[in-house]
Design a protein around this ligand. Structure first.
Ligand SMILES: [Zn+2]
Length: 285
């Protein structure tokens, strides 16, 4: 690996994240893993790394896992999937190490776009893409067409961990806490309770985060999201668009760096207070 560049400060390569229980395998032959903490009770699911380039969410998941391992919950389980899409993560890592500036919304094992946006591949209001569209990001020919979405379904269906009554999906970017539904402007079940949790998380965040329902504005209604599917499974679910990213007007090098659009400098340092803000919700408070 002579000539390989170091990863940005506060971010880790996939080799350091490859620990935990196997919950699935990718087309690229990588293992999708989960970390389960706590012994009994209902379960919180935390998932990150759905979109390949959104590494700050992975760091938040790691920080949450570390805090929970240090003081495991006694009346709840927490299952954390730090990198749902390891093929995509590896493609971004290869680009960073080679100094390539590429945008990865979706990535296959060869680092090229597969066209499938994993976060449109879940079954609630799924839109099947026509064949002519499939060079662009889309939800797949059918729900669950991707091994990564099926790995998350396996976690939810696993009798060891059910019922999952809370869930957090960690994305970037925008400093927003998104509530279900995303596919309709109708309010989800237990909306007031969920809204109160989201407001409490926002109040603990290190920066100002807005809270809104994803599908409240018709032009932006989206189908096939993990947010809506987890909600349909009975989980109070929050989708966090972590941080404002790393674009800096005074740092022109960031302007042309897709990684910087989605991820702040000093990832681990920026992730820690976000994890602390989420921890009470994750622990069932
Ligand atoms: Zn995302």
């Amino acid at each position: 690996m002579t000539g390989a560049r170091p990863l940005p400060d506060g971010y880790r390569g996939l080799a350091e994240l490859d620990a935990g229980l196997a919950i699935g395998a990718t087309r690229g032959g990588r293992t999708i893993r989960a970390i389960a903490i706590g012994a009994r009770g209902p379960t919180t699911l935390v998932v990150a790394g759905v979109h390949p380039i959104e590494w700050i969410g992975v760091e938040v998941a790691r920080a949450l896992a570390a805090a929970l391992v240090a003081a495991p919950p006694v009346d709840r389980r927490v299952v954390i999937v730090p990198v749902l899409n390891p093929d995509g993560y590896a493609a971004v890592e290869a680009d960073l190490r080679a100094g390539r500036r590429r945008w990865h919304r979706t990535s296959g094992p060869d680092g090229k776009s597969l066209g499938v946006d994993l976060n449109r591949n879940f079954p609630v209001a799924h839109h099947a893409a026509p064949a002519w569209w499939r060079g662009l990001p889309h939800g797949g020919a059918a729900p669950w067409s991707e091994p990564e979405s099926r790995a998350l379904r396996a976690v939810v269906d696993d009798p060891r961990w059910g019922p999952i009554d809370r869930a957090v999906s960690l994305h970037s970017v925008g400093r927003v806490i998104l509530l279900p539904w995303a596919h309709t402007g109708a309010r989800p079940p237990r909306y007031r309770e969920l809204r109160a949790h989201a407001d409490a998380v926002a109040a603990r965040m290190p920066e100002r985060y807005r809270v809104w329902q994803a599908g409240r504005f018709p032009p932006f209604r989206l189908g096939g999201l993990e947010l809506d599917w987890l909600t349909s499974q009975g989980a109070l679910t929050l989708l966090i668009e972590c941080t404002g990213g790393g674009l800096a007007l005074g740092a022109p090098a960031t302007w042309a760096s897709p990684f910087a659009w989605y991820n702040p400098a000093d990832g681990a340092a920026r992730a820690a207070p976000i994890a602390r803000a989420l921890e009470p919700f994750v622990r069932g408070a």
